[in-house]
Design a protein. Structure first.
Length: 346
């Protein structure tokens, strides 16, 4: 029989059980505008002042602020007038809306959309399919039809993806020297943040964002300035419509949405369209070859289960998909960040 110490409630179980609570504290502080108010004030504020400024109860706000202090999202200073709160550097950089590296939009997408699907994770595991029907009452047969079920949802998703590339885009685009490729197509490029990083890093290149007509319309109106001459758009469905010729195709977080057959279908079309000597850059979060981690990627794979038809894969699995389509000289670069890069050449 184990010792009493071994039978104690393990701290790791407490941490995992609290994971949901921790994330909701951060999401709620973002949603209410706590970090934005403190940034705009330019000075520490009392809980009463923050509550008044945001139209919240003083009791509820005080508890939220203290929880944010415990999570190191806020700092507190005790003065004769009472506790004064201010942002930490991480909150100023990543949790305020005005920051170039703001993660506000992806936080809101997780809080208001992803979490609703995750309520049905057990059903997803039993059934092996996404949970849009249970979560939102829409058909789960077309994941992106469900994901873009309203203009508001589509805009939230696009803004969330843009915020991800604001901190991860340059790492994946610099994993290989892409300067020889002048004519680039970003398939499913959405709001254009990765395309903008690409033309910034490779000023002699042009990038065409290929996406659904309604996505392209929003990207033009909301995210990509007309002055951005190096970025153009192509409206279409790359599964059903033709793919124009180019030197390099970027598929960022595209293949993980689909099963192997769909991936092979798409990559075969890309290979056929690709100029000789050109290539395809896959941007994905790579699992270890034995699938023992990273834990973030394992969780992303669970999210693919509840939201899409796909999964996260190992570098070998992506290489096999590329080889099946005809691509060779496959290189893999792990960035040490959330997303990695795989380059296949024609």
């Amino acid at each position: 029989m184990g010792s009493t110490e071994e039978l104690d409630y393990p701290q790791i179980i407490v941490q995992y059980s609290n994971g949901f609570l921790i994330s909701k504290v951060m999401f709620t502080a973002c949603e209410l505008g706590v970090f934005d108010l403190l940034l705009e004030s330019g000075k520490p504020l009392s809980s009463d002042a923050i509550a008044a400024g945001l139209g919240a109860s003083t009791m509820g706000m005080r508890r939220l602020l203290d929880a944010c202090v415990g999570l190191k999202l806020l700092a507190v200073e005790m003065t004769q007038e009472g506790a004064l709160y201010r942002n930490t550097e991480i909150s100023n950089v990543y949790l305020t809306k005005s920051s170039p590296k703001s993660q506000y939009h992806i936080m809101m997408y997780y809080s208001n959309t992803v979490y609703l699907c995750w309520q049905y994770l057990a059903d997803a595991v039993r059934e092996g399919r996404n949970q849009y029907e249970r979560a939102f009452g829409v058909s789960s047969k077309d994941p992106f039809g469900a994901m873009y079920r309203s203009d508001e949802e589509m805009l939230k998703f696009m803004a969330g993806q843009n915020s991800v590339w604001s901190i991860c885009g340059r790492d994946v685009l610099a994993a290989f020297d892409l300067s020889p490729f002048r004519q680039i197509y970003d398939l499913g490029g959405g709001g254009g943040a990765l395309a903008q990083e690409c033309v910034s890093l490779y000023p002699n290149s042009t990038v065409t964002i290929y996406d659904l007509p309604k996505v392209v319309q929003v990207a033009k109106e909301q995210f990509v300035s007309p002055e951005e001459r190096q970025i153009t758009f192509h409206e279409g469905d790359f599964f059903n419509d033709s793919i124009p010729e180019a030197e390099l195709y970027i598929l960022s977080k595209i293949l993980h949405d689909w099963d192997d057959d769909k991936c092979k279908q798409l990559l075969a079309k890309v290979y056929k369209a690709c100029k000789p000597g050109g290539g395809v850059l896959l941007v994905e979060s790579l699992l270890n070859e034995d699938k023992s981690g990273p834990v973030e990627t394992q969780l992303y794979s669970m999210n693919m289960l509840v939201q899409t038809e796909g999964k996260e894969r190992t570098a070998a699995e992506y290489s096999n998909l590329l080889e099946a389509a005809g691509f060779g000289v496959i290189q893999v670069k792990r960035t040490g960040k959330l997303y990695d890069a795989v380059l296949g050449r024609k």
